[in-house]
Design a protein around this ligand. Structure first.
Ligand SMILES: *[C@@H]1O[C@H](CO)[C@@H](O)[C@H](O)[C@H]1NC(C)=O
Ligand SMILES: *[C@@H]1O[C@H](CO)[C@@H](O)[C@H](O)[C@H]1NC(C)=O
Ligand SMILES: *[C@@H]1O[C@H](CO)[C@@H](O)[C@H](O)[C@H]1NC(C)=O
Ligand SMILES: CC(=O)N[C@H]1CO[C@H](CO)[C@@H](O)[C@@H]1O
Length: 544
């Protein structure tokens, strides 16, 4: 290394610094082949979405009450970090919904209830009374959304006017009056709503309450008529989403059959594939490729159901928090959760999901922002949230790899520029992957290091290259490596290319800069790390 000029010492040091385990580990060589002509799916322009829930501060599980003042009725909308965090996405989707949404009444029109927040009620659904949304609070929420460019989905109260007919099953007609008055008010105020969702977790056997698919389908025909009437002068009209529950093949099929062509625009489903928030095995499930892949079956079955029963509809993940009952304490808001979240984003988009809503933007243990300080947790920056949003375009490409299942690989068209971006997730705790990336159209895009040649040699080439010709964008690729601070999986601080990500003194989101690496060197992925790798000059006709 002594022959390197001074100018190269800094990048070399950084490069070594963010791959701490590199000399200690056995490398594994792998080849990743991207099929640049084959688009397997396309997401919405705004794929990343986060939720705001309705839980009151006294919602507790496992002797812990992690919501605080973080939900739709309580959230401090004037907190400067909140607006900055939303605005940084330059169009974050926000879905307002959750378990209590079907017990929300809107303080508008002929409402007969006094406007009280949720209160503990032993025999209430989920242990709470009805709760009420004041219209001035609704206006304030919309002011925040307008000034931050958020794209809003709002979940309507599908239990309004119904009653319990037997344990866990609700019946009777949905009383449309309150929702209609609310939508009318919303339009009169000029609040822009991208989509109205009907009900929360009432599908199949339901969570707390369920409704038969036939009745639900009929309600959706009524809701469609209301939307068409109230928005008769608007083009396009807001979308209708349903049912915002757990996928149940028969129930979803029936819903599409009964509601009929073009009634439901989006079939939403929820994912909590890590189990209960107090499961002591959350971390091992997150790092287990077999466990992560199990949910693929749900994505595939949902696609088939839509193909057969409602090809006019698309699929969104309307809510997904990993672990249910508020998420896992010291897990869902830590670095390690990003392995799950990033992988979910990759898998969901590969299986034709248009939008993915993370539970939550703020609140519970799974918030992207800290509930009390509003400082971003690791997942906010992760692949999933901000980096994904900035780097991954909507075209999803076919990709093959000969690596072990512990290396997870996803390929997208780059966002807003030429070429492709790979997401690589290394779930192994001891294997460095050295990856040669190839284009099946042009098998020598990245020649990579010859197997067996020394890593230092490759590194030296890489570093000196950056120094000499960094302006030639086509001969370098951009790499964003994500690791936990001090190598601690449960760290709350995410490290990007060796630099811990922290808000600036003004509470602004830090810049997320790549390192530039010579195209000819292999891609190195350290154990238990993730990386986005952007290639500019990658011939991908599917992306044009
Ligand atoms: C529906 O709810 C409204 C109040 O929002 C109430 O005035 C009306 O009587 C209800 N309709 C039925 C059929 O219960
Ligand atoms: C939020 O941040 C505070 C201050 O850093 C910390 O003490 C607290 O544990 C964080 N909350 C969560 C749920 O991580
Ligand atoms: C990797 O994980 C296994 C099982 O979880 C553990 O036994 C082993 O010590 C770990 N290796 C390293 C290098 O951390
Ligand atoms: C090929 C490989 O690296 N396999 C290892 C991946 O990591 C897991 C757990 O960290 C090991 O059990 C595998 O042997």
């Amino acid at each position: 290394m002594s022959d390197l000029p001074m100018v190269f010492w800094v990048p070399l040091f950084l490069f070594l610094g963010f791959l701490p385990a590199i000399f200690a580990q056995e490398p594994a060589y792998a080849t990743v082949v991207v099929r640049g002509a084959t688009k397997v799916a396309e997401t919405d322009d705004n794929f990343i979405c986060a939720t705001i829930d309705w839980w009151p501060p006294d919602k507790c599980n496992y002797n812990h009450c992690p919501w605080g003042e973080s939900t739709a009725l309580h959230l401090d909308l004037s907190h400067p970090f909140l607006a900055k965090a939303i605005r940084a996405f330059n169009r974050l989707r926000i879905r307002i919904g959750g378990s209590l949404q079907d017990q929300v009444v809107y303080d508008v029109g002929a409402l007969k209830y006094p406007c009280h927040p949720f209160r503990k009620m032993a025999d209430g659904l989920f242990g709470f009374s009805k709760g009420c949304l004041h219209m001035n609070r609704w206006d304030e929420l919309n002011d925040l959304f307008r000034k931050t460019g958020a794209i809003v989905t709002f979940g309507l109260n599908a239990l309004y006017g119904r009653h319990k007919i037997r344990k866990g099953v609700w019946g009777g007609a949905w009383n449309t009056t309150n929702a209609r008055d609310f939508i009318k008010y919303t339009i009169s105020k000029g609040h822009q709503i991208d989509s109205w969702e009907f009900g929360n977790e009432l599908s199949g056997s339901g969570i707390g309450a369920s409704i038969g698919a036939t009745l639900y389908g009929e309600d959706l025909i009524n809701l469609k008529a209301i939307i068409n009437d109230l928005y008769k002068n608007s083009h396009p009209k807001p979308l209708i989403l349903a049912p915002g529950g757990f996928f149940d093949q028969q129930w979803y099929a029936r819903l599409l059959d009964v509601s009929g062509a073009n009634t439901v625009n989006v079939m939403t489903h929820h994912i909590y594939n890590l189990g209960a928030g107090d499961d002591p095995h959350l971390v091992s499930k997150i790092l287990d490729p077999h466990h992560l892949s199990q949910i693929a079956g749900t994505f595939i079955n949902l696609q088939q159901t839509i193909q057969r029963h409602g090809p006019w509809a698309s699929a969104w993940v309307g809510e997904s928090g990993g672990a249910y009952n508020n998420g896992g304490r010291h897990v869902s808001n830590r670095f390690v959760n990003s392995f799950w979240y990033l992988d979910q984003l990759g898998m969901a988009s590969k299986y034709k999901t248009k939008v993915y809503c993370r539970q939550t933007l703020i609140g519970g243990n799974y918030g992207l922002l800290n509930t009390t300080t509003f400082v971003p947790n690791p997942d906010y920056y992760r692949q999933d949230a901000l980096l994904w949003h900035r780097l991954m375009g909507k075209g999803v490409l076919a990709v093959d790899s000969d690596a072990s299942p512990f290396l997870r690989v996803y390929a997208h068209c780059s966002k807003g520029k030429a070429g492709i971006t790979l997401l690589l997730i290394n779930l192994s705790n001891h294997t460095d992957f050295r990856i040669t990336v190839q284009n099946n159209m042009n098998l020598n895009v990245n020649v990579g290091e010859q197997r067996g040649s020394s890593f230092l040699h490759g590194l030296k080439k890489t570093v000196s290259w950056v120094g000499r010709k960094a302006s030639d964008e086509t001969a370098v690729r951009e790499e964003y490596h994500l690791t936990p601070l001090d190598g601690i999986l449960r760290s709350q601080t995410m490290v990007l290319n060796g630099t811990p990500l922290e808000l600036t003194e003004n509470g602004d989101i830090p810049t997320l800069d790549p390192v530039l690496v010579d195209m000819k060197s292999p891609v190195l992925i350290a154990p238990l790390s993730m990386a986005f790798i952007a290639f500019r000059n990658f011939e991908a006709p599917a992306c044009v």
